[in-house]
Design a protein around this ligand. Structure first.
Ligand code: FAD
Length: 499
């Protein structure tokens, strides 16, 4: 029997793909997800995340409908503050090198809360991120940095709940279906070729949504677009995001946009495995990350500091500091802390396999920093301690202005002297999270060709879309971007006019 239901194929099974799938099903379309990975490795980078999602909100009243347990005991003692849309816009704009927000970024901000609410109506529960986004102060949990909720069960919980919803609404999924090429006719895109366990297949559809990630896991593309030194960066997430969506789309005339060498990259344990390893228990996987540098200092091989570790709240700097570490001699650094901040260090610093050294004196600690000019390092620490002004009280819930003065690279906040033993140091390298450049899309998520026209039948969302992030990233925006543009892409694809 002929049906006028639109058929939408979605490449990928991460957060962006699943949001596109749910939105397409809501519009009455048939939705089929094609995922390159096996069921065990599916879900992309989204599964590796902490599930933290940034969105604009006015007050706790906006958060309550989203919370998995709205009556939890700690809520009465929690200060979430507010994160108005204008602050989200300003945060994005601060990374735009002086350019105003583009339309994609405006949509991200304006649709952020509504999209999270939409997810919660689709049975995705959220919890406050007490462990990483709040500190205790005067008996209260005080949130900082505009990022307050994570999906229940973090990235694994988010993707599992979205997949459950997608299947409940009637969607279907094929694993180990690697999309390799788009099928085109005289109108536009009408399907996709896939490598499958039973050979090459051609699957037809009214519309195709590409949601199959950036090129961060492809060392050749990293070398080509980002430069030689990126070819050896640690890949924090899935090994499957090798830029296939970008290559398939550009092969049918799609245009790319964004800064090709820009990416999200963070400090990671120097001995992190080459790729994120989804087989490891979740707690173990996330413990390779090392992002508490704002509580101490970082030294490079020359024994010098090279960034203002306290420039801003951690979630506005961590995604840029991976690159800064890669740019240091031999691409590594050491993070140093004293015992005053020991309790504030995230669990990842107590991970049994964390690479670390500990000593009772700074002299002894410095002698244990492999690959570092010990003499210069000692000088740097003495200079830092002498330049630290203790007038302002240390307070990690605000930009406390407890700073150094007169150094080549000052520390602007949380600048405690390193003088309370025992001292600890952790070696770190650069881990790439995801790439920022990608396909050029219209506001309806349709992919744009090099003549500026939409390619009929082709949509894109998630990491493989360019120009949402440029020189930096406010933490927790990637999942929100995938959800916002995934929902738009799914709706648009389902509403495509009949061929
Ligand atoms: C360790 C880590 C922690 C992070 N934490 C956060 C966080 O807390 N908050 C946040 O906002 N962001 C976080 N991010 C960033 C976030 O993961 C991404 O922004 C987001 O998940 C991207 O979603 P996506 O759906 O576009 O891509 P993905 O989730 O990566 O999904 C892409 C999918 O496409 C599949 N695929 C690839 N090629 C093909 C092909 N040829 N055919 C078919 N399928 C294919 C992949 O297997 C994968 O399943 C984190 C990332 C990492 C790696």
């Amino acid at each position: 029997m002929k049906t006028d239901k639109k058929k939408v194929i979605i490449c990928g099974s991460g957060n962006a793909a699943l949001c596109a799938g749910i939105a397409a099903l809501e519009q009455g379309a048939d939705a089929l997800i094609l995922e390159k990975a096996s069921i065990e490795e599916a879900g992309g980078n989204s599964r590796y995340t902490a599930g933290a999602m940034r969105f604009a909100y006015q007050s706790c009243d906006d958060l309550l409908p989203l919370l998995h347990t709205p009556f939890a005991e700690r809520l009465d003692r929690t200060e979430f503050g507010s994160y108005p849309a204008q602050k989200f816009a300003d945060d994005l704009c601060s990374f735009n090198a002086g350019k105003p927000l583009n339309t994609k970024q405006k949509i991200l901000v304006e649709d952020s809360y509504d999209t999270i609410l939409w997810l919660s109506k689709h049975n995705i529960g959220f919890d406050p991120i007490y462990s990483r986004q709040s500190f205790q102060k005067n008996g209260k949990y005080v949130f900082w940095g505009g990022l307050v909720l994570e999906a229940q069960g973090e990235g694994v919980g988010l993707v599992d709940a979205e997949m459950q919803e997608f299947l409940r609404l009637g969607g279907s999924v094929k694993y180990e279906f690697e999309c390799t090429k788009l099928v085109t006719d005289d109108i536009g895109v009408c399907g996709v070729y896939c490598n499958t366990p039973s050979g090459l297949k051609r699957l037809l559809a009214d519309a195709v949504v590409l949601a199959c990630g950036g090129f961060e896991a492809n060392s050749d593309m990293r070398r080509r677009y980002m430069g030689e030194k990126w070819s050896d960066a640690i890949v924090r997430g899935t090994r499957h995001n090798t830029g296939a969506g970008i290559e398939m789309a550009t092969a049918v005339g799609a245009d790319m946009c964004g800064q090709l060498d820009a990416c999200h990259a963070v400090p990671m344990d120097l001995h992190t495995p080459e790729f994120g390893n989804i087989d490891l228990p979740f707690n173990e996987r996330k413990h390779y990350r090392k992002i508490c540098y704002f509580l101490g200092i970082m030294l490079n091989a020359k024994g010098e500091r090279f960034v203002d570790e306290g420039e801003n709240f951690r979630n506005y700097t961590y995604a840029q500091f991976g690159r800064e570490i890669l740019n240091q001699p031999n691409g590594f650094a050491w993070q140093l802390f004293d015992s005053q901040v020991d309790e504030l260090l995230y669990d990842e610093y107590r991970f049994e396999h964390a690479s670390a050294v500990q000593a009772e004196t700074i002299d002894d600690l410095v002698s244990m920093l492999d690959g570092v000019d010990a003499c210069k390092a000692l000088n740097t620490i003495h200079e830092f301690n002498n330049a630290a002004d203790s007038t302002n009280a240390f307070d990690p819930t605000v930009l406390d202005g407890r700073r150094t003065n007169g150094l080549c690279v000052d520390k602007s906040n949380w600048a405690n002297k390193l003088d309370k033993p025992p001292f600890k140091a952790f070696p770190v390298a650069c881990g790439i999270t995801f790439t920022y450049a990608g396909l050029r899309v219209h506001d309806d998520a349709s992919v744009i060709d090099t003549d500026g026209e939409s390619i009929p039948g082709l949509y894109a969302c998630g990491e493989l879309v360019g120009d949402v992030f440029s020189a930096g990233y406010p933490g927790g925006s990637g999942l929100t971007s995938g959800a916002v543009f995934g929902r738009i892409a799914g709706r648009s694809a389902a509403q495509i006019s009949s061929r």
